[in-house]
Write a protein that binds this ligand. Structure first.
Ligand code: SF4
Length: 567
């Protein structure tokens, strides 16, 4: 036997032996414990849930206290008022009474105990949504610009997102067996196990993908979903008012491990133009090439971006063409050139209005000053808007009749919710991942730290006359980069307890990576560091230059000098 056989990562073994993601989840669900064993822990992610423990109480006498994060997959972030209300009910009944709107247009519930896991997932399915493939080594929630418009283009890209989500969803019956039936349906399981892998999972096979896979669809004038951060990005190509296809980008991804030089964030590379009718098949080919050639030995370098870096985009494209069975055309010149966060009132063009509501860091909770949940309950109950989640952790309330516009604002004000027009520009363009206390990978604070920092930045920005300048500030509690910090104008990435790496020089448009300006900056010095950058920008920027463009132009060393000169 050859000794050269690659040593696969342990997760590959769990997947291989899982019988298409089933593992022993049904048995463990019945066991009288508050957590799952090692193998099932990995499989649970494919089902849309992560086992977590409250990091704040780790050192308490009772030890680790386990609960579950449950993520609902919502293509393009489109859901009904009833579905939104169902999630609010679930977070109150089984979760920690808060709900998180994510950076990928999904919803997360936190703090669900193991005893309520099955009921919660079943209830999400009852309302017509699913958690399957919200996490795990598969294609995750497919993003697209969520704006509701009467033009056909928005409808078409949102339909394409839904079609991709359906086409690339795992087809195993294990999800149903684990969560949606009263007891194990052994006969069906046997049927599935006896089939060949290509029959059960024709796209993924037995061991699914080497790592997570993300897809997003953008319009050239509106890159609100950050297309260049996606493993597979689609940029719409429109001619004479008709959507004729997409420019495909491949190999974007934010995660990195600072201690491992082999890891890096990357922007997607433009690969080829794909006609609308071929989108599903070419996307499938991209997935299959990554399935067969992505790294399964080292999960740190298993994302598509590492295969692209290794092969180059031409070799990758040739492999995709071979899998697809025909040559592809080169990308057209169409590229992203605008970004709309869809906040405030927007005319849908059908006599109705949409209202983009800024939800700070996507967290919905009821407190003494702001009652987010009560507010959404009243809006959903009275106005019944369709709801669309944005990639900036906010919500768009759609189909508001002109006569109901004052009513909506009245409900917001009644519950202490700031209308988007009153939210400062810096807060509106900021976002933070969950971080502590729930994320198991978090090194330091994120969502709980950023609002206070934004408070401290508002006055200096106003004093500098920069309070209307739009630039992105994105914070994460670790370098995994879930809030896409590496292409933001400013990225704040947790590096050690209470310390952040400060990145500058990205772009609002999301098409440029930033660079490290300062490392290991204590939390209490982050805002003064940023104010020094803002001051240098104010003093030395060129006409019409954005903050990100300025930082990218001058570079780290010059920026240091300009900050010192501006002090
Ligand atoms: Fe957790 Fe890190 Fe992702 Fe934040 S970036 S949610 S801390 S894994």
């Amino acid at each position: 036997m050859s000794t050269d056989a690659p040593k696969l990562s342990p997760v590959e073994g769990f997947k291989d032996e899982s019988r298409y993601l089933r593992g022993t989840i049904p048995d463990e669900l019945k066991a009288d414990t508050d957590h799952f064993g090692k193998g099932d822990l990995q499989l649970l992610k494919f089902h849309g849930t992560y086992q977590q423990d409250d990091r704040d109480s780790r050192k308490s006498p009772g030890g680790k206290s386990y609960s579950f994060m449950i993520r609902t997959r919502i293509p393009s972030g489109v859901l009904t008022s009833e579905q939104f209300l169902a999630h609010l009910d679930l977070c109150d009944e089984f979760g920690n009474s808060t709900m998180k709107l994510t950076t990928r247009q999904a919803i997360q519930l936190h703090g669900v105990p193991k005893t309520d896991l099955k009921t919660t997932i079943a209830r999400i399915n009852e309302c017509g949504l699913s958690t399957l493939a919200a996490c795990g080594d598969v294609n995750r929630n497919v993003m697209s610009c969520p704006a509701k418009r009467s033009d056909s283009i928005h409808d078409e890209i949102q339909s394409t997102a839904l079609a991709l989500a359906m086409h690339l969803a795992p087809r195993t019956i294990s999800y149903r067996q684990c969560w949606l039936v009263d007891d194990e349906t052994g006969e069906k399981q046997l049927l599935q196990d006896e089939k060949a892998p290509e029959e059960v999972e024709p796209i993924y096979g037995k061991t699914y993908l080497p790592r997570k896979f993300k897809i997003g669809i953008a319009l050239p004038e509106d890159n609100c979903i950050d297309v260049y951060t996606q493993d597979l990005g689609l940029i719409a190509v429109v001619r004479d008012g008709k959507l004729i296809g997409y420019n495909f980008t491949v190999g974007g991804g934010m995660g990195t491990t600072p201690s491992a030089a082999k890891t890096f964030p990357a922007l997607g590379k433009r690969m080829a133009f794909v006609k609308s009718e071929d989108v599903l098949k070419v996307a499938e080919a991209v997935v299959i090439v990554q399935r067969d050639h992505g790294n399964r030995e080292d999960r740190k370098i298993a994302r598509l971006k590492y295969l692209i870096a290794d092969w180059g985009v031409e070799k990758f494209r040739a492999a995709v063409e071979k899998q697809f069975g025909a040559p592809l055309d080169d990308c057209t010149e169409d590229d992203v050139h605008g970004f709309d966060d869809h906040m405030g009132w927007q005319d849908q063009g059908d006599g109705k209005w949409s209202y983009g509501l800024n939800v700070e860091n996507g967290r919905l909770s009821d407190g003494p000053e702001r009652q987010w949940k009560a507010c959404f309950r009243e809006i959903c109950g009275e106005l019944k808007p369709e709801i669309r989640l944005t990639s900036h952790q906010s919500a768009i309330l759609c189909d508001i009749a002109p006569d109901d516009k004052p009513k909506l604002i009245e409900i917001l004000k009644k519950h202490g919710i700031p209308v988007s027009e009153e939210v400062s520009t810096v807060r509106r363009w900021s976002m933070a991942c969950v971080g502590l206390p729930t994320c198991g990978l978090s090194i330091t604070e994120s969502e709980r730290a950023l609002p206070g920092m934004i408070d401290e930045l508002e006055a200096p920005l106003a004093k500098l006359g920069l309070d209307k300048d739009a630039f992105t500030i994105r914070m994460t509690g670790c370098p995994n980069g879930c809030a896409r910090p590496y292409n933001a104008d400013i990225g704040l990435v947790g590096k050690a307890k209470g310390k952040y790496t400060v990145f500058v020089g990205g772009a609002l448009l999301g098409n440029r990576l930033n660079y490290i300006f300062r490392d290991l900056v204590p939390a209490e010095e982050v805002t003064s560091t940023l104010v020094s950058v803002f001051t240098a920008y104010k003093n030395y920027r060129q006409e019409s230059e954005t903050l990100g463009d300025f930082c990218a132009r001058v570079g780290k060393e010059e920026l240091e000098k300009l900050c010192t000169a501006s002090a």
